[in-house]
Design a protein around this ligand. Structure first.
Ligand SMILES: [Zn+2]
Length: 321
């Protein structure tokens, strides 16, 4: 097989069906500087080709591509993991566990676990420097998501209402967006000054141009930012002062949630928000392969412990999407 990297989903499926290609891709993402022993850290372990595992020449122990990674203890073969990762990285509006299950031939429950692990990798987007360096200005806004309380069973309803946020059982997502740049979004409890202003201060360079609507919670930011307010009761755009960039992100987020997922509990919402932010932030200047590789390095570069996965596994029992 010629060793040209895939550019489409179909090519990816074919390419990673070759066990050596799949192993090579994950190894490259995990150990860019060369394979190291997962038990003692020694360099240049022996590769046992027939079994596709490594053996350390120092501590004599063996390890596989999955050892001490998010793939540990997963019986799912690498080609299915890579196909699922490709789909999650590149499906614009998100992809449900049902679709993944059908596409790669696993149960819906298994697909949900896979999706869950991959989503955790997407949370890395929050790290990095503050927004606003480009001088393009930063928008801050918040929106309400969800609220289908009428369709729930009574017990489920009681549980959800208890943890509800915002009016009518809706959850709140707040975000900052550097125009022409990246978004950082977060699920918040209430539209209080402390929460919204903390989001701004944690993520936006002081003195940046900052645009918001007339929500009182944003009052006081003008001491640290060149803050301009557009009062949506009067107008939506005043010259440069608008939050249209975030309106665009909200519509993508809502389209993803409403169109792809059966239901999203407020409890799980942050995962979908992170997923959509990842896609939004990597929408331009990247090929499908680039996005896939970026996501893959997040998955395998993140040392998720088995316990953490099992711990978070409990909540998955009730998951519907
Ligand atoms: Zn070793």
């Amino acid at each position: 097989m010629e060793n040209v990297k895939p550019t489409t989903l179909m090519q990816a499926i074919r390419y990673y069906a070759d066990a050596d290609n799949a192993l090579g891709e994950v190894a490259d993402s995990r150990w860019a500087m060369g394979v190291v022993c997962q038990h003692c850290g020694a360099e240049k372990p022996m590769f046992l080709k027939t079994r596709r595992i490594w053996k350390c020449s120092k501590c004599r122990k063996q390890f596989s591509i999955k050892t001490k990674s998010v793939f540990e203890d997963s019986p799912i073969p690498l080609d299915k993991w890579l196909t699922a990762t490709w789909m999650i990285a590149n499906c614009k509006n998100g992809i449900s566990s049902y679709e993944i299950a059908k596409a790669i031939g696993v149960t819906q429950k298994t697909a949900w676990f896979m999706l869950h692990r991959v989503r955790l990798a997407m949370q890395d987007e929050k790290t990095g420097g503050k927004l606003g360096g480009s001088g393009n200005g930063v928008e801050v806004d918040e929106t309400f998501i969800g609220g289908k309380a009428r369709n729930m069973h009574a017990a489920e309803k009681a549980r959800k209402i208890q943890g509800r946020r915002g009016p009518e059982g809706k959850a709140i997502v707040a975000a900052v967006l550097e125009r022409g740049g990246k978004v950082r979004a977060k699920v918040i409890d209430r539209r209080r000054k402390t929460q919204l202003q903390a989001l701004v201060r944690d993520n936006v360079e002081p003195k940046s141009a900052l645009y918001s609507d007339a929500l009182k919670s944003y009052d006081g930011l003008s001491e640290e930012y060149a803050h301009q307010v557009v009062d949506h009761a009067i107008e939506y755009v005043r010259e440069n002062c608008h939050t249209n960039g975030l309106e665009n992100f909200w519509s993508l987020l809502k389209r993803g949630i409403n169109g792809t997922y059966v239901s999203v509990e407020p409890y799980h919402l942050f995962r979908y928000v992170d997923e959509q932010a990842f896609r939004f932030n990597n929408r331009e200047d990247r090929t499908d392969f680039d996005r896939f590789k970026l996501l893959l390095s997040g998955i395998v570069g993140k040392r998720l412990t088995y316990d953490a996965l099992i711990g978070s596994g409990k909540e998955l029992e009730t998951a519907t999407c």
